[in-house]
Design a protein around this ligand. Structure first.
Ligand code: TNX
Length: 530
């Protein structure tokens, strides 16, 4: 007993053992621990940064200052000049399967980050003298900084100073993503979420190296994005929500604020205007778009598939052109999502003709078309991306569209849908695609999930959160955590690292982080929380 007590006292002084390099979520591509290289962040530490990495260094300092209470000044440093925390953006940094301890060479033998770490990869070296993050892009540097944040004790998430030993395990991580598109969707149409809530969701994505936020901006229950040429869309169509709440909508400035906040965190916003179905809110605002030219009553229920814009009226295409034109102009990212799901009342031929025109209108804005996999039967347009949300991984039309050139984002409803309940007693959520516990969210492979679609055609993975039953920030977080990190790992980590029993143990250490950061999560019995 005395020995246990003495051990505890020593631990209290020294702090708990540092997080291990291979406890990071999503699992890094390569990890080379070096027990002799543990580093402790001290009160006099400064961040040295190459000029193009300055913004990432400022963000890292912002994450670390509240809990440490350290000033952590950010200073410019010429490449090669290290301090205790050094962030280096360098096109000639080492990448790929570099040996631990290897350094950049100028003789070209090591290749460049361009062929090693790619657009988003980074290398993190932790030695007793300091921590160094190297990348070819600021996105890579940002992901490396998020890794460092996870390697510090959970107390780093505190917003007030904590007396702790800020130790980081020694060694090297060389890391880059498996898929270029890693995302989550927030349905702001069924229930509206304030700008601040969306920004917080961006922070959640960024922690786990997800790089796309898909906003489902329009549906039967509400139209949430201002379109200057059709002002009643928000004035009238924005005033409703599921259950009869007041709704809400984003002005152009609100939306630009979300986009800019996300961009700084290397997250691209994907706006969705759902057409031709899921349009009751638009029809209430503009009856001329309705098939019978009569305004339907506003809809605050949760059924789907009953509404559609008139595919046989030219006015509809003027509307689509105006809307996608304005949304494209507000959106710096390359994607525009056209929806296309559950247009049950539109005959197949009219549906196809509508989609083909709508796709061309998006193409004319310079954006790349994204749509739910129901778009598959419509003709191909350059670069087109389909989002798979089926539950059986088998759809010949989707496979055929991929053969014609489409790429795929995989969001299987029975694995990746964040609105499904975890268990029968989950207080909110659906179960039409089954229950999705953390293991089910984790145990599938985006690269092989849809029959007839080769891994090369898979752009990535996305976890959608529909919000018929979700109306507060805490409820959003409850459905996201801990499943979002599972999906993030599927999108980022090499398949060779996939291992449920290891994952649940690695994830366990994140519970205290979320608690300290004030993030609500589902206390799943599958995870051995400390
Ligand atoms: C199906 S998934 C929908 C949504 C619902 C969701 C509820 C998809 C493309 N459409 O309209 O919100 O189920 O889980």
């Amino acid at each position: 007993l005395a020995r246990v007590a003495a051990g505890r006292a020593a631990e209290a002084l020294a702090g708990p053992a540092p997080v291990r390099l291979d406890d990071v979520v999503p699992a890094p591509e390569q990890v080379f621990p070096d027990p002799a290289g543990d580093f402790t962040l001290g009160a006099d530490a400064a961040l040295r940064v190459s000029p193009a990495g300055r913004d990432v260094a400022e963000q890292l300092a912002t994450w670390l200052r509240p809990a440490t209470g350290f000033p952590l000044p950010v200073a410019d440093a010429p490449v090669g000049e290290d301090g205790p925390l050094t962030l280096t953006l360098s096109p000639s940094a080492p990448g790929g399967a570099a040996a631990p301890g290897a350094r950049a060479t100028d003789d070209g033998s090591g290749g460049s980050v361009g062929d090693g770490l790619g657009d988003e990869g980074y290398r993190l070296d932790v030695a007793a003298t300091g921590v160094r993050i190297t990348a070819a892009t600021s996105a890579g540097l940002f992901h490396g900084a998020q890794t460092l944040r996870q390697l510090l004790p959970a107390a780093i998430e505190s917003r007030t100073p904590v007396a702790a030993r800020w130790a980081v395990s020694g060694g090297t991580i060389v890391d880059r993503p498996r898929f270029p598109y890693r995302g989550a969707m927030l349905d702001v149409a069924r229930h509206f979420f304030a700008v601040e809530d969306v920004l917080r969701m961006v922070d959640h994505l960024a922690r786990y190296k997800l790089n796309h936020l898909h906003l489902h901006l329009t549906d039967d229950q509400g139209w949430r994005i201002a379109v200057d040429s059709w002002p009643r869309l928000t004035e009238v169509g924005g005033a409703t929500a599921v259950g009869g709440g007041p709704g809400g909508w984003y002005s152009g400035d609100d939306y630009r604020r979300i986009v800019a906040y996300a961009a700084r965190r290397h997250v691209t916003v994907v706006p969705e205007i759902d057409l031709p179905g899921h349009t009751n809110a638009a029809l209430v605002a503009y009856p001329e778009l309705a098939p019978g030219k009569v305004a339907p009553p506003p809809y605050t229920g949760t059924e789907v598939g009953f509404s559609y814009v008139d595919p046989d009226d030219e006015r509809t295409y003027a509307f689509v052109a105006d809307v996608v034109g304005e949304v494209a102009a507000l959106t710096p990212g390359p994607w525009l999502h056209l929806g296309g799901d559950e247009a049950f009342k539109v005959p197949a031929g009219s549906y196809r003709a509508f989609v083909e025109r709508a796709q061309r209108l998006v193409e004319a804005t310079g954006k790349t078309v994204v749509g739910w996999h129901q778009l598959a039967p419509a003709g191909h347009v350059d670069g087109r991306v389909l989002q798979w949300w089926g539950t059986n991984g088998d759809d010949p039309e989707t496979a055929e569209a991929v053969r014609r050139g489409a790429r795929l984002i995989v969001s299987p409803a029975n694995h990746a849908y964040l609105d499904m309940k975890y268990a029968p007693d989950t207080p909110i959520g659906h179960d039409w695609a089954g229950l999705i516990d953390v293991r089910r969210a984790y145990e599938w492979d985006p690269g092989t999930h849809v029959r007839g679609v080769p891994a090369e055609a898979v752009l990535g993975v996305e976890a959608p959160l529909w919000t018929e039953s979700v109306s507060t920030r805490a409820e959003v977080e409850y459905m996201l955590f801990p499943r979002l990190p599972a999906v993030a790992e599927l999108g980022w980590s090499p398949r060779a690292t996939h291992d449920w029993s290891r994952f649940r143990t690695r994830l366990a250490g994140h519970g205290p982080r979320w608690t300290t950061a004030g993030i609500t999560f589902h206390n799943s019995p599958e995870i051995p929380w400390p």
